[in-house]
Design a protein around this ligand. Structure first.
Ligand code: NDP
Length: 613
């Protein structure tokens, strides 16, 4: 059942042209500046709605071996790997009232993960948990976060409901001082920052946003007191309400079906349609689960990662919409495991992508009855220009008589008035506006973190990174001893985030372990090693630069303005597997190349050759 390029049933040039025209409609000069920072008069949008009883405790000024900032998946996985490395003196600081990060905050109706649960839920084998179904819901994922925290004893010494507002390096004591909104001045030998990539909600900078007199909230702080119902839906208090939702990204795709089922009227304001593929969730087969051999989760994660980052292997364990594009590629190239011409891969990938997106567009026609609405819901860009979505109820929602798609042809909502939302010159009066407008991505690290980091000699991370991120491996920063970052800047970007987090966590635990074993007091990237890594990040970025430039705007391509800084702040361009291999080989070499280490005596030594491998 193979197909060759000669038998294509579409015109690639016509599609390329259409994609370009659709992208051009959406380009805007203000890029990231179009969004409003949630601060000042908007600060209430990020209040914690889930804490019933604020914790009372005295300020802390104790010394811990490792402090991890952030109790989401990053912090949990780092905590687990540190515990496995024997670190007992460990504190996780978390702004929310519990562990979970993204899954603590995002409790909107229908919230779920559409990366397969067997590879997405971290540490399943370690904690002895098998997900209930192929795709996990937000409550299951939140509970799994707590399970990891319990299993690895991460509640011990944790500071929940605690927001960091400043971090300083104390060179005399060789430790970090972490200041918080609870007047803490805690000290730590090592500091690991796991703030998360999508931790700070943003609002659209729509004129008149402050004039609106109705009710509003952001999807990441769902107001169930207003809507009624819960994560499963049944939003019974909306029965007599007109609701607007602004945004049609992955979040909206999941909550719109529940809003459509409950609201008297629902207006969905769309700027760019999402690609929405089949989800086809199904319960876990107990016989299959019982048949799995130890090590299955890692093998499955690696298989998925290879396929979704363009690696060509015939076995596809996950077999979902993410890996399907590679299956297309294999069939188009008549691939038999050995004869593929690698030089042809980018072209074949594009053709496979066209075919995939034709399927996505055909799916809209097969579900949505009104032809104008169907046309407006079709995405015209390559699949991985934006986050692909997978849902079986989103498109059918537009067949409901109470649901109205307000497509703005790439222009977006033009105004918010006291009574409602204006688009295409028409005012839609509504009782409530829900912002499904996403999270800050292209803004400065310290703005997203909510604090700055002050390293040696008063050097701030915001100052150091004013012209772009500088790091070794995306983890270590020259001028910031004993600091490690978990981020996808200058590190791996993967479809399955927890995979990259686990690789980073192993790297960090290795370094902490080496320092303990060898009585190393401080460890810091050398300037030379950092410069070399930054150069490499920029030079290998060409692997996806052209692709990003041709994409419709969004947070994947710095809102349509990829530039040198955004490329420098981007991920390792050769892909996640080469990055994982790189840092694994660095560890295996054992020389801690590119890190300057100082022993407890204060004597400086380089544990390796001075440049990273
Ligand atoms: P996104 O940033 O993906 O979407 C924001 C939406 O708001 C876009 O549709 C955007 O349009 C729209 N928007 C912004 N400004 C305006 C305006 N002025 N007028 C009209 N529309 C506007 O945020 P999400 O919260 O949907 O998703 C963020 C990320 O969270 C996802 O990409 C994904 O990584 C993750 N996620 C994962 C899920 C999972 O299953 N694992 C589920 C949900 C989210 P435009 O596209 O034109 O910019």
């Amino acid at each position: 059942m193979s197909e060759s390029i000669e038998t294509l049933d579409f015109d690639p040039d016509a599609l390329r042209d259409r994609y370009r025209r659709e992208r051009d409609k959406r380009l805007r000069a203000d890029g990231n500046q179009q969004y409003l920072e949630i601060a000042g008069e908007f600060a209430h949008y990020i209040d914690d709605p889930y804490v019933d009883r604020p914790i009372a405790r005295a300020p802390l000024d104790d010394l811990t071996e490792v402090i991890v900032i952030g109790g989401g998946f990053g912090g949990l996985i780092a905590g687990a790997r540190l515990r496995q490395a024997g670190v007992e003196s460990l504190r996780i600081i978390e702004k929310g009232g519990d562990f979970g990060g993204t899954w603590y905050w995002n409790r909107y109706p229908g919230a779920a993960c559409d990366t397969e649960a067997y590879i997405y839920l971290p540490l399943c084998e370690e904690v002895g948990y098998m997900p209930k179904a192929k795709y996990a819901t937000a409550p299951e994922i939140l509970e799994h976060s707590r399970r990891i925290a319990r299993k690895f004893d991460l509640y011990r010494n944790a500071c929940l409901q605690t927001e960091v507002n400043g971090v300083d390096w104390d060179d005399r004591e060789s430790c970090w001082v972490v200041r918080t909104n609870r007047q803490d001045a805690m000290r730590a030998r090592f500091l690991i920052l796991c703030n998360g990539p999508l931790n700070r909600p943003k609002l659209p900078g729509i004129p008149g946003i402050t004039e609106y007199r109705g009710h509003t909230f952001h999807t990441s702080r769902w107001d169930y007191a207003y809507t009624g119902g819960g994560p499963d839906g049944n939003l019974d208090r909306l029965a007599d309400r007109r609701v607007a939702i602004i945004g049609t990204g992955a979040t909206a795709v999941q909550c719109v079906p529940h809003l459509g089922a409950a609201a008297k009227e629902l207006f969905v304001f769309q700027r760019t349609p999402s690609s929405v593929d089949v989800r086809d969730n199904r319960p876990t087969d107990p016989a299959w689960a019982a048949s799995l051999e130890p090590g299955w989760q890692r093998a499955r994660m690696e298989n998925f990662n290879t396929l979704t980052s363009g690696g060509v292997i015939e076995e596809d364990l996950v077999k979902d919409g993410w890996t399907e594009i590679i299956r297309n590629l294999i069939s188009m190239a008549n691939f038999r495991g050995k004869n593929i011409d690698r030089a042809q891969v980018p072209k074949l990938m594009e053709l496979a992508d066209f075919r995939k997106m034709n399927q996505i567009r055909a799916r809209v026609d097969s579900i949505v009855r009104d032809p104008r609405t169907a046309e407006a819901l079709k995405p015209w860009y390559r699949q991985f220009c934006k986050r692909p979505c997978f849902h079986d109820d989103y498109l059918p929602t537009f067949n409901r008589p109470n649901v109205h798609l307000i497509d703005t042809e790439g222009r977006g909502v033009t105004r918010i008035t006291a009574d409602g939302v204006v688009a295409n010159g028409i005012e839609y009066p509504v009782d409530c506006i829900i912002f499904a407008s996403g999270f800050e991505v292209g803004t400065d690290f310290s703005r997203r973190a909510g604090y700055d980091v002050v390293g040696r000699d008063g050097l701030t991370l915001s100052g150091k990174w004013a012209d772009g991120v500088r790091s070794l491996h995306g983890v270590f920063v020259h001028g910031f001893p004993n600091l490690m970052l978990m981020s996808n800047s200058q590190a791996a970007a993967t479809t399955n985030f927890p995979h990259a987090m686990d690789e980073a966590a192993r790297h960090m635990a290795y370094v902490v372990d080496r320092c303990r074993e060898e009585q190393i007091a401080t460890v810091e990237a050398t300037r030379e090693a950092e410069d070399a890594w930054v150069e490499e990040i920029i030079s290998v970025s060409r692997f996806n630069e052209d692709f990003l430039a041709s994409c419709t705007p969004g947070y994947y391509n710095n809102e349509g303005q990829p530039n040198r800084r955004s490329i420098q702040n981007g991920s390792y361009g050769k892909g996640p597997n080469p990055y994982f291999r790189r840092i694994r080989e660095w560890r295996e070499a054992g020389s801690m190349a590119g890190l300057e280490c100082r022993r407890v005596s204060g004597q400086a030594f380089s544990a390796g050759a001075g440049t990273p491998s």
